[in-house]
Design a protein around this ligand. Structure first.
Ligand SMILES: Cc1ncc(COP(=O)(O)O)c(C=O)c1O
Length: 414
């Protein structure tokens, strides 16, 4: 492939340094895309996707090396830029999210950082929902200001509050929906309209739903972020992240990634690629269990409040029904008492793992105020509604009675 005269230089880089697979998204359903999209077979014609565990690629001769480096010839060059296994993951995830392109990254936080670094400069501004993941809050509120990028955190999920926070220099509106850990649901279509009217882009962290339950690009979002560490792998094995959306935006992310290096390992990409094959089936089963558990928790006298979008008591239940295929697999609940009573429930578990990760087939439990959200200030935590009595269960594939029994043991101590 030769350089095209007049071609956008970033598009040219991406075209030259990555192989983009067969575009299947318009033709097939999500279930088919999950197992077939992005496949690129080697000369051996293997059926399963191959793992290309190599840091660089060999050139036929010096002239070809020069042509690859200058971008005159397409092909893989070096693992920081691209890798065939990574390309397969990117193709498949782009197809599942209904996006033009995807850039995979080393972690979810690397995806968020790469997006900011690729699309923003000092002096610009982010509007973000208050209830986002703790490390994202730290990045936006604690680190980016050092580089002249300020963030306004919006404490409400009312689109009007987001509109009121926009400034002429706002570049990104960033939300997580449902949010971590309170499962607050945000109106993607309304926020896309508001962001666009203000000249900003809407970025949605789709970690909690995954494309199996929600496709933010269909509602007007510009970019979708993933911590692939969560449901996309789905089995708690590797870290990974991704940015999905229009090529003109992902090209900028790619330009940052190939230079700065928050690239995903091909091994991790291969694991996540295979995880995608069972994504819809896992999400459906885990969501069904989560709904049953949420209903049961709501009936327990020691439980003050349950946060689950699939329950009619959830403040944005109607919106969640419109935007999501189900309530998802995260159930948060507040118990009577204080931090000590919440910890009792955690410590009484024998089955549910006490671990910070979520999105695993094995259920996990955390006390957000002292773990995932422990590094943000007490005021910020209070503003985000993360109380000392809050617990978050990421529901896996175990049976409902076994999960209920595991939580009932701790609740009985309150
Ligand atoms: C909603 C959300 N976004 C982003 C991240 C960060 O992902 P990673 O741990 O892969 O960097 C997490 C991690 O828990 C998360 O829950």
């Amino acid at each position: 492939m030769r350089l095209k005269r007049g071609e956008n230089p970033v598009a040219q880089l991406r075209r030259v340094f990555c192989f983009w697979g067969w575009k299947m998204d318009k033709e097939f359903d999500l279930d088919t895309l999950a197992v077939r999209a992005g496949i690129r077979r080697s000369q051996f014609n293997e059926h399963a996707e191959a793992l290309y565990l190599t840091s660089s690629f060999v050139f036929d001769n010096a002239a070809q090396a020069a042509a690859r480096f200058s971008g005159e010839e397409s092909g893989f060059v070096y693992g920081r830029f691209s890798n065939p296994t990574v390309s397969m993951l990117q193709e498949r995830l782009a197809a599942l999210e209904g996006g033009e392109a995807c850039i995979a990254t080393a972690s979810g936080m690397a995806a968020i950082l790469s997006t900011v670094m690729a699309l923003m400069k000092g002096g610009e501004h982010i509007v973000a929902s208050q209830g986002i993941f703790g490390a994202t809050q730290q990045l936006f509120g604690g680190i980016l200001p050092r580089f002249g990028i300020d963030t306004t955190f919006v404490a409400s999920n009312d689109p009007a509050a987001f509109r009121a926070s926009l400034r002429p220099n706002t570049k990104l509106v960033f939300i997580e929906t449902p949010s971590n850990p309170l499962t607050e649901v945000f109106d993607i279509a309304a926020l896309a309209e508001i962001a666009h009217a203000g000249g900003a882009l809407l970025v949605v962290d789709n970690c909690f739903c995954s494309p199996a339950l929600q496709r933010p690009l269909d509602y007007g979002a510009d970019l979708v972020i993933h911590s692939a560490t969560k449901y996309l792998d789905g089995q708690g094995r590797v870290l990974g992240g991704a940015v999905v959306g229009r090529e003109e935006l992902t090209e900028e992310v790619f330009k940052f990634l190939r230079t700065a290096g928050p690239s995903i390992s091909p091994f991790n990409a291969w694991i996540i690629l295979k995880g995608l094959e069972t994504l819809r089936i896992r999400m459906e089963a885990q969501s069904a269990t989560a709904l049953e558990l949420a209903r049961w928790l709501e009936a327990q006298p020691q439980v003050v409040r349950v946060h689950y979008p699939g329950l009619p008591s959830h403040p944005q239940h109607a919106l969640a029904k419109r935007q999501q295929k189900s309530g998802g697999a995260i159930v948060s609940f507040e118990v009577r008492g204080d931090r000590a009573t919440a910890w009792k429930v955690v410590d009484a578990t024998r089955l549910i793992s006490i671990t910070a990760n979520l999105g695993d087939t094995k259920s996990t439990i955390t006390h957000p105020a002292s773990t995932t959200h422990g590094r943000i200030s007490a005021e910020a935590r209070a503003a985000a509604g993360i109380r000392e009595t809050l617990l978050r269960v990421a529901v896996g594939l175990e049976s409902v009675p076994d999960l209920q029994a595991d939580l009932a043991r701790g609740l009985a101590l309150i």
